[in-house]
Structures are given as C-alpha cells and as structure tokens.
Design a protein around this ligand. Structure first.
Ligand code: SF4
Length: 354
C-alpha cells in the first residue's frame, strides 16, 4: 500500500480496510509527518459556546432533534454568550465557535449583532456552526464579521443522507450547495462526516475522504457515530439496511479516517473531536493529535447548559467547568510534546489560497 498526498479513492479504500498493526503504524507515522511538515507542532484551541440546543430538524441520529421531548431546551442570553467569549479570550484561545441546533426561530439579525459584539469586544475569530440557513443569512453574518462556518455534510451518499436527515418542510437539504455558497461569501469553511453511521459502506467513506480534498475545504471534523437511545436510529424506530461492508464506528476506524484526511488534505485544520474523546476518554484526543489532528475545541459553555447539549450519551467533558477544560487540554497538548498555537489559527489552506 502506497502512502502519498495524491492517494486515489481506491487507495484510500484499501487503507480504510487495512488491519495489519504494522502497516497501520506506518499510516499513523506518515500522517504525523505530513501534519508536522505542513501545519507544524502548534495545536489551536477553539472555545466552543453551545448557544442553544433548540432545533427545528429531526435528524435520525441526533439527541437534540426537535422530536426528542425528553430534552430540556435552553437558549443562552446574549450577555451570557458575550461573557463566555471573554472567558475564551482570558484562556488565550484565538477563536470562539458559536454552535446550536438548526433553530429556524433564531433571528439572523440577532446572531449578526452577537458576532459584531464579540469581534468588537474581544477581537477573536468567530466561527459559526448553526446549520443550513438561507444565503442571505450567511451573507449577513459574514458582513457582521464572522470568519468561519462549519457545516458537516455527514455522508456523501445522497440516499443515506436523506434517510438520516429528513427534509425540513418543503426545503430539500443540499449541504454541498450551502458549502459552495459559504465559500463564495469568503468564509473559511469546515465540513466533515460521521464514521460508522449505519448504512455507511467503506466505499462511501473512501469517497467522503477523497471529496474533502476535491472540495477545497479549510477544515474537516471527523467523529465516530455514537448511538443515542432517544433517537429513531438509537431506539430501532428507523432501521437502515446495513451493507455487507458496513464501516465500524470504532475508535480505530476514526483514526484511520483522520490520518487519511491529513494525508490527502495536508494544509487544512483537523480537530481531535469530542466524540472521539468520548470513545477513549484517557487518550483519544492525544492519539487523534498524533495521527493527523491539529485543533481541539475546549468547551466554554456554562456548565448548566452544557449538560443539556447532549448530541449523544456519555459525552466527554460534560461536567467540567471551562477553567477545568482549559487546564486539562493544555496539559494534554504539552504531554505529547506539542505547543499551543497563538493567534486565530487560520488554516494554512486558507492562507495558501490567499
Ligand atoms: S444534527 Fe443538527 S440539524 Fe440535525 S437534529 Fe441535530 S442539531 Fe438539529
């Protein structure tokens, strides 16, 4: 098996199927070498603020889907969001990420105002992760000063996507179009997928990874699918046909996807995700960072809200305070000989594209 930045889809597929530990060691080492060469030893910290767990949609896998009546809903007040952004600044983070469910009742102007206030008061880079929205909303937020937008396409298999991500009213989801619009508007754009969602074949995941490079993304987040009992996929209400070559939602498979993404998209930002840390609370993040990742997202959401943002059960870092997350993650980064990035941590990919 070849290791090079121009791996084709079949080679990516062969690596995803590889199980020989010695060969996998070569994969990890190569991904780590590419990471060091293209984006260096800095690990950038993004302060995650989960501003609301309200959502209008009903994705089959997601714990905060509209249909989950067992979730207590919250929406952070503007002053609470601004305070969390100041906390992020105090910890030395260069970016805040404002994330919520895809809540159609959220007023786009309100978000624009929050972005403006954060930029004005803290100077931090602002990333938004608020789901599929009309072009005009994205434009408004860009004009307000938002720097980046995250929208995972979750799977490139259109049939599987439809099954796990039902349409909203008459609006047919087209996240690839949304991502193009975001790029057109000048956002630094991140996307990503889940590893091991029922119905995902190895071929599909290989295609997803190949696409990342092809779409010229600046960030790719990859996490394992973790079943939530209060969802149609988790409680058996929706049964997807499992292909013979179903991808496992294991920790190992997630590392393979991260390493292959680093190799095929050398200059992008790749987070070691909380979902990965949930599968291996002791060393999941560190291993992610040693197998291609260069970003972590410490949570700065106030604890009382954080426990309610339950996308999947037993989420890592649910009960820690923002201060505890900061200390813990900084220590983990230093323990593997890496340095904490200073500044906004714009991806090399974005800089290279000018
Ligand atoms: S995945 Fe996003 S859009 Fe879908 S239900 Fe969850 S929060 Fe809402």
């Amino acid at each position: 098996l070849r290791l090079a930045n121009d791996l084709n889809e079949n080679e990516i597929l062969a690596w995803l199927c590889e199980e020989n530990p010695e060969n996998l060691d070569k994969l990890w080492q190569y991904a780590d070498k590419v990471r060091k060469e293209y984006v260096g030893d800095d690990v950038f910290l993004r302060g995650l603020i989960e501003i609301s767990n309200m959502c209008s949609r009903n994705c089959a896998y997601c714990g905060i889907r509209a249909g989950n009546s067992k979730t207590n809903r919250y929406k952070m007040q503007v002053d609470e969001i601004i305070k969390s952004a100041h906390d992020a600044k105090r910890f030395g983070y260069g970016t805040v990420v404002l994330q919520s469910g895809e809540d159609r009742s959220t007023n786009a102007f309100e978000i624009a105002e929050i972005v403006r206030q954060i930029k004005h008061e803290t100077g931090l880079a602002v990333t938004l992760s608020l789901g599929e929205r009309p072009f005009e909303d994205y434009k408004l937020w860009k004009e307000a000063g938002a720097d980046r937008y995250l929208l995972r396409f979750e799977t490139s298999d259109p049939d599987l996507f439809k099954l796990i991500h039902p349409s909203f009213g008459s609006t047919v989801s087209d996240r690839f179009r949304n991502l193009k619009d975001l790029k057109k508007l000048g956002f630094e754009v991140g996307s990503g997928v889940m590893v091991g969602i029922p119905g995902q074949s190895y071929e599909t995941l290989a295609h997803d990874i190949w696409l990342f490079g092809n779409m010229e993304l600046e960030m790719v987040g990859i996490g394992p699918y973790i079943s939530h009992p209060e969802t149609p996929l988790g409680n058996g209400e929706v049964v997807l046909s499992i292909p013979e070559n179903q991808v496992s939602n294991s920790e190992l498979m997630t590392y393979k996807a991260i390493a292959l993404t680093r190799i095929t998209c050398p200059d992008i930002n790749i987070p070691a995700t909380t979902a990965l840390a949930t599968l291996n609370k002791n060393t999941g993040r560190e291993l992610g960072l040693e197998r291609g990742a260069n970003v972590v997202m410490p949570n700065v959401t106030p604890s009382k809200y954080r426990v309610l943002y339950e996308l999947y059960p037993d989420k890592a870092c649910l009960n820690e305070t923002a201060d505890e997350c900061n200390l813990c993650l900084s220590a983990r980064i230093k323990s593997i000989g890496r340095t904490i990035g200073v500044g906004s941590g714009t991806s090399r990919a974005m800089k290279n594209r000018g």
